[in-house]
Design a protein around this ligand. Sequence first.
Ligand SMILES: Cc1cc2nc3c(=O)[nH]c(=O)nc-3n(C[C@H](O)[C@H](O)[C@H](O)COP(=O)(O)OP(=O)(O)OC[C@H]3O[C@@H](n4cnc5c(N)ncnc54)[C@H](O)[C@@H]3O)c2cc1C
Ligand SMILES: *[C@@H]1O[C@H](CO)[C@@H](O)[C@H](O)[C@H]1NC(C)=O
Ligand SMILES: *[C@@H]1O[C@H](CO)[C@@H](O)[C@H](O)[C@H]1NC(C)=O
Ligand SMILES: *[C@@H]1O[C@H](CO)[C@@H](O)[C@H](O)[C@H]1NC(C)=O
Length: 384
Amino acid sequence: MEKALVLIVGAGPSGLATAACLSKLSVPYIIIEREDCTASLWRQHTYDRLKLHLAKEFCEMPHMPYTYSTPTYIPKIQFLRYVDDYVEHFNICPKFNSSVESCLYDEVQKHWVVTTRDQVNGIVTKYAARFLVVATGENSAGNIPKIAGLDGFSGHVIHSSSFRSANSYARKRVLVVGCGNSGMEIAYDLSSHGANTSIVIRSPLHVMTKELIHLGMKLASWRIPVKFVDFILVVLAYVWFGNLSKYGIVRPNMGPLFLKAKTGRSAVIDVGTINLIRKGDIKVFGPISCIKGNVFEFDDGKESYFDAIVFATGYKSTANNWLKNGEDMMNKEGMPKKDFPDHWKGSNGLYCVGFARRGLSGIAQDAKTVANDIKAFLDSSVPF
Ligand SMILES: Cc1cc2nc3c(=O)[nH]c(=O)nc-3n(C[C@H](O)[C@H](O)[C@H](O)COP(=O)(O)OP(=O)(O)OC[C@H]3O[C@@H](n4cnc5c(N)ncnc54)[C@H](O)[C@@H]3O)c2cc1C
Ligand SMILES: *[C@@H]1O[C@H](CO)[C@@H](O)[C@H](O)[C@H]1NC(C)=O
Ligand SMILES: *[C@@H]1O[C@H](CO)[C@@H](O)[C@H](O)[C@H]1NC(C)=O
Ligand SMILES: *[C@@H]1O[C@H](CO)[C@@H](O)[C@H](O)[C@H]1NC(C)=O
């Protein structure tokens, strides 16, 4: 068995941020990644036209600010260059192609037994780790809802995490299911590449511009009460977009920032989709009741034929597939049991980073907190 003081599972922004913070405190660690690269979510599972939705000052990793010349809304390629610089600067060397298959706490030896499998040659390695940091993300696997008749649909079905660009969809009739940021942006991409695009909108949502969200986050960071900031945002959004209820878009009762903090659901930051919906280029449907062959039936009785579906129905954590003995930190969905800001620690040296539904700024905060906690523990106890 290989020994590790701290073992970090996952080399996305959360794992890398934790590694950097530990390095700064001279705490040694091992970082394990199942894919062949860092930040695989961004590199391999996002669409080409993606830019960070939030302004750069809210998307920094710890100990490495963006430069003055970095654009406010960073394109995916540039964010990945920043990640590469980060990895180089902190000399982070993940063990790639190595998937964590189980983590068990050994009560007798007082360490975590971590079993990994090499994705290429199948070789199994075991580690004994004093501290275990779960950094596998809230977006570890695509979520596809159960819909009656989906199995019999003969068209093309993908999850948004496999969608790169709309090039191959021209002239096809495509249904995007889900109206979060990914769904709305993919619908825009499809429609502007000549696909006959429709979108399913099932529940209330806030539509904002990126400038409005930027303003809101700035005001909130100056400690202006969230209720008041939300009120301003909702009024300004109404002035900007008008009443969208005839397009099936209604606002939730909670304001956008409060809703995000409470439930993790983000406001949609419009990239031009609303205008296409208004022009009728993108059609809006309500909930799907079932699929018969290639014909979709909707709850309101409408029927329509489609060639392809893109599920932009979100992601789920998969930490519970391999984390055993983590019940005091993680619930059945593989998400923290405790609410922010108490979500990051379990017992027996177990931690999680990047599960506060607060994007990159939440990740930075978690990574610093966890690294400091480990350091404080080491300083106050006998050596490992
Ligand atoms: C389309 C999209 C746009 C987004 N835009 C923004 C934005 O603008 N601003 C913002 O702040 N946030 C944004 N986010 C949120 C996003 O979740 C974070 O930015 C960030 O990528 C999360 O980092 P993470 O390290 O927690 O998880 P991930 O990036 O998912 O990294 C987790 C890593 O763990 C690895 N892993 C998983 N399971 C195992 C295992 N069993 N063994 C070994 N390794 C494993 C994965 O391969 C992956 O590399 C966006 C998310 C998506 C999906
Ligand atoms: C990971 O696996 C891929 C093939 O799946 C291989 O090309 C790559 O060299 C491997 N990387 C490491 C570091 O082993
Ligand atoms: C928007 O319009 C709908 C009906 O067209 C109406 O019921 C609703 O009150 C309006 N919302 C606002 C905020 O004006
Ligand atoms: C586009 O798709 C919608 C919904 O499926 C359909 O009603 C409409 O007739 C289609 N338009 C064209 C030009 O095919």
